[in-house]
Design a protein around this ligand. Structure first.
Ligand code: NDP
Length: 308
């Protein structure tokens, strides 16, 4: 019987255990620290404590419960076994809903309308066609490409930026760091949907923000460490950025005393843009356990060197 161990915190451990057992009653699922857990072959994780996975002597697979694996790769003692991520089309659609809400919020000037309502001011904003507005998506992966296509489908001009060249219908694509300035030039809304890696840490800083035209907006949904918060606050304060929605932070949850909560024109959301469902996570974990049992190739394996 293959044994799985659930490692980490801030996720519904009991719900995930039930979903895995409902999909595969023959598996043995235990919690980290439980007697006998150390000989588990598969670790299913979110933000595992550093060094925890090293104690699993029979480990053959580390499975993330999310799209991003940065918090697993951050473990300096991570065992050299395959690492898989979750790919959930429903999660990609959830992210597209969130980003579309943000784009429409700025495009239809709800920031201004809500401020006007607080002041009891009737002031009808001018309407601009979506086709006059350019949205740029950094990261054209399983989620980013779907977000770009969704935003384009309702008439916005969409650009996408990735590491390697892509051809995506209706989207102007840019690849590689040398194209970043031309990707940014003239954007009305910048969306960051990159994975956190050595290359992307701090990428949305002064240089990127100041390359955007004055009044541009930012929707930051990748990872907190990609956004330089001082540069964000400065760009919002002097009006270079017209508004921002930030969903991810270097330290979560954002504490109540954090000054970011009160920055004008900044909407703080609690890492809620989209999550994979327990059924999708369980289905993929079980599929990979079956593949492991048959010595087949795994699905959605991460390139540990690239970091995503
Ligand atoms: P993927 O791993 O499928 O794709 C990553 C994309 O980023 C690829 O297109 C890749 O380019 C590009 N990329 C990576 N490094 C660079 C670089 N140095 N320069 C330019 N492009 C780069 O990711 P997903 O689309 O599935 O998800 C992206 C991230 O979104 C996750 O890693 C996670 O951090 C975040 N996320 C946030 C959520 C939230 O609720 N806020 C929910 C889900 C995910 P190429 O294809 O050329 O390699």
């Amino acid at each position: 019987m293959t044994k799985l161990v659930l490692v980490g915190h801030d996720f519904d451990i009991n719900g995930l255990r039930s979903a895995i057992l409902a999909a595969a009653p023959d598996l043995h699922v235990c919690d980290f620290g439980e007697p006998g857990a150390t000989d588990a072959e598969v670790a299913v994780c979110w933000d595992p404590p550093h060094g925890a996975l090293r104690t699993l002597s029979n480990l053959r697979l580390v499975h993330a419960i999310a799209a991003g694996v940065d918090n697993i790769l951050a473990d300096p003692e991570l065992p050299r076994v395959p690492l898989c991520r979750v790919v959930d089309p429903v999660q990609a659609r959830g992210m597209a809903e969130f980003v579309l809400w943000g784009v429409l919020h700025f495009h239809r000037q709800f920031d201004r309308v809500l401020a006007n309502q607080r002041d009891r001011r009737w002031d009808m904003p001018q309407q601009r066609p979506a086709s006059d507005v350019t949205v740029g998506v950094m990261g054209l992966g399983r989620i980013g490409a779907h977000v770009a296509a969704t935003v384009a489908s309702i008439g916005f001009r969409v650009r996408g930026w990735s590491r390697t060249p892509k051809t995506l219908s209706g989207i102007e694509t840019f690849a590689g760091s040398h194209t970043l300035p031309s990707f940014l030039d003239g954007l009305d809304v910048l969306v960051c949907l990159l994975p956190l890696t050595r290359e992307t840490e701090g990428i949305v800083g002064d240089v990127v923000l100041r390359r955007l035209p004055r009044g541009a907006k930012l929707i930051h949904v990748g990872r907190g460490e990609q956004l330089v918060l001082d540069a964000l606050v400065a760009a919002l304060s002097d009006g270079h950025l017209g508004g921002a929605i930030v969903d991810v932070f270097p330290h979560e949850p954002l504490p109540p005393h954090d000054a970011l909560w009160g920055v004008p024109n900044l909407i703080v959301t609690p890492h809620m843009a989209s999550a994979a469902s327990l059924d999708a996570i369980a289905g993929q974990v079980v599929e990979n356990v079956r593949r492991l049992q048959r010595n087949d190739s795994l699905i959605h394996q991460v390139d540990v060197e690239l970091g995503f």
